[in-house]
Design a protein. Structure first.
Length: 322
């Protein structure tokens, strides 16, 4: 790989030692998950466990395995104090003397496992506020403005880690020759404007008028503003956001009649993706409020989200206001 920068060397200058230990442990765990995902069809791990998680959703075998792998690897970091996951009801103390806590979606988009579409791991890291010992809920109820590091691993045609420690966004590709992450996407930026909108359009009948009007704005023909925009929806937030990072556009998961607070989870989906988006020059709101300024009050709380290219998010907000 010539002079390409390895993740561990990048972290030497972009984080402190304790935070780097957490990120490196996480990356090691995600290498295992990437391999499991790649070989899933051969090893009998596609399908459900027969259980439902705390949110009433079907648990896939790979959701469960990924969750266990991440807990094991993060415990081994020695500096990760606590763990919150989509797959666990409560929080878990991993290291009583650790300085950081992590909120994760171990395998986002897991409904896409069997169709070979991109899926991923999303994470948000904060400094604990409690003293040494068991972690508390207050450690996890921190606004996104205090996030110390956030990112995602996408398991797609490549495995890529997109990461921010609060100083811009960088992407690292897993080299399958030596199983190391190398800097491949330095200083990622989300374009101010975009020509792609992304949502589960099947829900349109359940949206408020403002959202419906924004969708019809996106699909109206207008040469001057390059409309209609293209509709793209993978159905895994990691996949849809990764495209938004590379190509620009907007991803929305609004509140709707059945889901009054939207579907996506604040602590381990929306905050980390919003942190990355802002670090890349984009914008993320719930339609009105900056996601990073929402005060979390529940471990698995949900929020509506409008995220991506700044001008498109502002255009959506304009429609929601009127
Ligand atoms: P998951 O974390 O349980 O896999 O689900 C979250 C996923 C997101 O990745 C995706 O954006 C959304 O749910 C898709 O929902 P829908 O099928 O309603 O479009
Ligand atoms: Mg998810």
């Amino acid at each position: 790989m010539g002079n390409a920068i390895k993740l561990a060397s990048f972290l030497e200058t972009n984080s402190n030692i304790e935070l780097a230990k957490v990120i490196v442990s996480l990356a090691e765990g995600c290498k295992i998950i990437a391999r499991l995902v790649n070989n899933a069809g051969l090893t009998g791990i596609i399908g459900t466990t027969g259980d439902t998680n705390v949110q009433g959703e079907t648990v896939q075998k790979l959701d469960d395995l990924s969750n266990k792998i991440l807990m094991d690897y993060l415990r081994a970091s020695e500096t990760c104090a606590g763990y919150l996951s989509e797959e666990n009801e409560g929080t878990v103390t991993l290291n009583q003397n650790g300085r950081y806590i992590i909120s994760v979606d171990p395998l986002d988009g897991s409904a896409n496992i069997d169709i070979c579409a991109p899926i991923g791991t999303i994470f948000n890291l904060n400094q604990r506020i409690s003293a040494a010992g068991e972690v508390t809920h207050a450690d996890f109820f921190q606004q996104g403005t205090t996030t110390k590091c956030a990112g995602y691993f996408i398991y797609g045609s490549s495995t890529i880690l997109v990461l921010s420690t609060g100083n811009g966004v960088n992407g690292f590709t897993l080299n399958t020759e030596d199983n190391e992450f190398y800097l491949s996407h330095p200083s990622m930026k989300i374009s101010e404007n975009g020509k792609i909108y992304s949502l589960n359009q099947g829900n349109v009948g359940k949206f408020d008028e403002g959202v419906k009007n924004f969708i019809s704005f996106c699909s109206t023909v207008d040469k001057e503003t390059s409309r209609p925009y293209s509709l793209r929806y993978i159905g895994s937030m990691v996949g849809d956001l990764h495209r938004t990072f590379i190509k620009g556009g907007i991803f929305i998961y609004p509140a709707n009649k059945g889901e009054k607070k939207g579907k996506l989870r604040l602590l381990y989906e929306c905050i980390p993706m919003s942190f990355l988006t802002e670090q890349a020059g984009g914008k993320a709101t719930d339609g009105k409020n900056r996601i990073l300024e929402i005060q979390p009050t529940e471990l698995h709380e949900r929020t509506a989200i409008f995220i991506g290219s700044k001008n498109l998010v502002e255009k959506a907000e304009e429609f929601l206001r009127s």
